[in-house]
Design a protein around this ligand. Structure first.
Ligand code: ADP
Ligand code: ASP
Ligand code: MG
Length: 417
């Protein structure tokens, strides 16, 4: 008998009515004869509310305790969904991440799954149960609760699908599939019938919340058949797979954005070996993720360089850089916040040098100047001032011929993030 994994996100189980609808959907799937493993996220904005509560208790709560707190959101929803299944007469059991055998490393708040002992799930399936697993969590080898990073329930689902050799991993969410860009921002975004793992991975890394980057990584690595589809409508979703059918002439498959970007600039840094290493090793040791790095030419033995980080890390980065001033001997440090990184992604752009130029033109026509650029074989990213970012995403969507003739279906409130 085939095993299928069905994952439901926070807005899909956001209230009692939606949870009952999801339960009906699961029962219908079970009736087709498949063994069903369900992964569920915390209801609605629960995770954000738990974070806010913790911050009321302490300005910088410890990561270990935060994980123990945040994991409760998924535990509650997995039990409630299981009860909704019981109410429909189905046989189902709820498991926490660790009861489901998910072992992680000890990087609290962004842990990686290192192993899954799926025997308990297999036994429960063999007894005829639908197994409902709390997403986003596992247990370290020392027995501590760890969470997988925001949006991490997708990763739980894909990792379980791989461990169980499931025939498919369906990610049910509040939109009909993966679109050419966020359909909440561009209403004429186009639903994609297929997308390659690589393009999806790039989009997810560049901010497309619809799939957790590690979930896509895990699906690619283990060749998991991944489908993104609507929790509310029985329509075809988007298949994420190895080689997407390439539409002829399509350069840009999708557009992603990332808000809350900050640019730090170090001015007048002596042009000596090791200066950059000093700064970036210290940032890495502090757990601050650096994205785009740009260094200007050397004038009078001094260089300027800029890099982007998340706005959430600005205070810590500023403190750290100030403390390093005597060693790095830079002249000044500046910081700009409320920037947005917009990225265009498409495997077809590798052999088309004009794509970046077309992107820059579309942004400049919105009266917006570009502060930083980064490129790879399948993407171009531009960091811009945040004031007109939505207009820029829309303009790029039109400029690259992605607009659909119909308005996209967006089925519910998005989870605050
Ligand atoms: P879930 O709670 O189901 O995990 P998420 O909020 O994490 O849902 O992801 C779904 C959201 O992703 C959508 O509501 C949409 O606003 C956003 N999104 C961003 N980029 C895209 C895209 N390219 N295609 C579809 N949705 C996208
Ligand atoms: N509840 C977690 C979050 O809000 C995990 C998830 O939804 O996938 O990020
Ligand atoms: Mg999600």
């Amino acid at each position: 008998m085939a095993i299928v994994v069905m994952k439901f996100g926070g807005s899909s189980v956001g209230d009692r009515a939606r949870m009952r609808l999801v339960a009906q959907r699961i029962v219908a799937r079970k009736r087709t004869g498949d063994d069903v493993v369900v992964v569920v996220s915390a209801m609605g904005d629960t995770t954000d509310e738990l974070i806010d509560l913790a911050l009321e208790m302490h300005a910088t709560p410890s990561a270990r305790e935060m994980d123990a707190l945040l994991a409760t959101g998924e535990q509650a929803s997995s039990v409630l969904l299981t009860l909704a299944l019981h109410a429909l007469g189905a046989s189902a059991i709820a498991l926490t991440g660790w009861q489901a055998g998910i072992v992680t490393d000890d990087a609290h708040r962004k842990a990686r799954i290192v192993r899954i002992d799926a025997q308990r799930i297999r036994n429960a399936l063999a007894s005829g149960h639908i197994v409902v697993v709390a997403g986003f969590q596992g247990c370290t080898r020392d027995g501590d609760i760890a969470t997988l990073g925001r949006g991490g329930s997708d990763t739980t689902a894909v990792a379980l699908a791989s461990a169980l050799n499931a025939s498919v991993c369906d990610i049910y969410t509040d939109v009909d599939g993966v679109y050419s860009t966020d359909p909440r921002i561009v209403h004429v975004a186009r639903k994609l019938s297929h997308i390659s793992y690589d393009e999806m991975l790039e989009l997810a890394h560049l901010g497309a919340a619809v799939l957790h980057p590690r979930a896509v990584e895990c699906a690619k690595h283990n060749a998991v058949a991944l489908v993104v589809r609507s929790s509310f409508r029985d329509v075809e979703g988007t298949i994420v797979k190895e080689e997407a059918h390439m539409e002829h002439g399509v350069l840009v498959r999708g557009i992603a954005y990332e808000k809350d970007v900050a640019r730090m600039s170090l001015l007048g840094v002596p042009d000596e070996p090791g200066q950059l290493a000093l700064v970036f090793v210290a940032l890495a040791e502090a757990g601050i993720n650096v994205d785009i790095i740009v260094q200007s030419g050397v004038v009078d033995g001094k260089a300027d360089f800029s890099f982007t980080i998340s706005e959430a890390d600005v205070d810590e980065a500023c403190d750290l850089l100030r403390r390093m001033q005597p060693r790095v001997r830079y002249a000044d440090v500046t910081c700009e916040t409320k920037l947005v990184k917009i990225s265009i992604v498409g495997a077809g752009m590798v052999s088309n040098p004009g794509v970046a130029a077309q992107m820059f033109r579309a942004i400049s026509e919105q009266g917006v100047s570009i502060k930083m650029v980064s490129t790879s074989e399948i993407k171009v990213s531009a960091v811009i001032d945040g004031a007109k970012w939505q207009a820029c995403v829309q303009a790029l969507h039109t400029a690259f011929g992605l607009d659909a003739s119909e308005v996209a279906f967006v089925g519910g409130p998005s989870v605050r993030r």
